[in-house]
Design a protein around this ligand. Structure first.
Ligand SMILES: [Zn+2]
Length: 249
């Protein structure tokens, strides 16, 4: 669909860029993106993608806003405590950008939602089981998967463009032998803006994937907020991976 007058004003800073322009903005407006988890990562991801004009956004999270969320989950206000996160988020995102469609799923992520025709899935959960489910669904449907995590001062991000590359996936890089219990924000704490940085990186990665500017399939980026340092590394494929182990590329 061609851009209307409101679009030309609203997205003018995209339209000024050679790398986006009208064609790129139309591509964003036609995209369907699923955001799983509306915590410290999901809030900035949802805000930036809605503002950027990603045309259809699915939000999946079973939780209600709790006072302990407000230190970092920037979509919610004190008055929202007790309300479903997906409902608060949908209201805020639609007020931010009435030109997009936001769908709310107040439940745990499942196969029915993951196979509902999305172009891309963003993992903003802190749950390994959910991540594996998303990874498998994205791999099977050959759509991109963008995953991030953050705890204390540290964040990490890894993304896979399964529409182009088949030989490494999230399952390949899980440390199955780790004896350490998983750290998360609820048991170890987190600095709010570290989640903002990682969520903003996820949103940027989504925009790159939708516009065709992504080449870092399976590359992990780590951020150390206490030292202000970044590190990128290639992850190794696991030939025995239950998800992509038989892929040939
Ligand atoms: Zn794999």
């Amino acid at each position: 669909m061609p851009l209307n007058d409101d679009d030309f004003m609203r997205y003018s800073r995209h339209l000024l860029m050679d790398d986006i322009g009208e064609v790129g903005q139309q591509r964003l407006l036609e995209a369907r993106v699923l955001i799983v988890g509306l915590g410290g990562l999901g809030c900035p991801v949802a805000l930036y993608l809605a503002a950027a004009g990603v045309g259809q956004i699915g939000l999946c999270d079973p939780d209600r806003v709790d006072k302990t969320n407000l230190q970092r989950q920037v979509l919610y206000r004190t008055d929202d405590c007790g309300s479903l996160k997906v409902d608060c988020a949908k209201q805020t995102l639609e007020a931010l950008n009435p030109g997009i469609v936001v769908s709310a799923f107040p439940c745990k992520i499942g196969k029915e939602i993951l196979t509902d025709g999305y172009d891309l899935v963003v993992d903003c959960t802190d749950n390994l089981e959910a991540r594996q489910l998303m990874n498998q669904a994205c791999y099977a449907q050959e759509i991109p998967f963008v995953s991030a995590a953050a705890v204390v001062w540290e964040g990490q991000l890894v993304a896979f463009d399964f529409s182009r590359f088949r030989s490494i996936c999230f399952d390949c890089i899980i440390d199955r032998n780790s004896a350490e219990p998983m750290m998360n924000c609820a048991n170890s704490g987190v600095v709010g803006p570290v989640l903002g940085i990682m969520g903003s990186m996820q949103a940027t990665t989504v925009i790159r994937l939708l516009l065709g500017y992504f080449e870092q399939h399976g590359e992990m980026t780590r951020y150390d907020g206490k030292r202000g340092q970044w590190l990128s590394m290639h992850c190794n494929r696991n030939v025995g991976c239950p998800t992509c182990g038989s892929a040939s590329d």
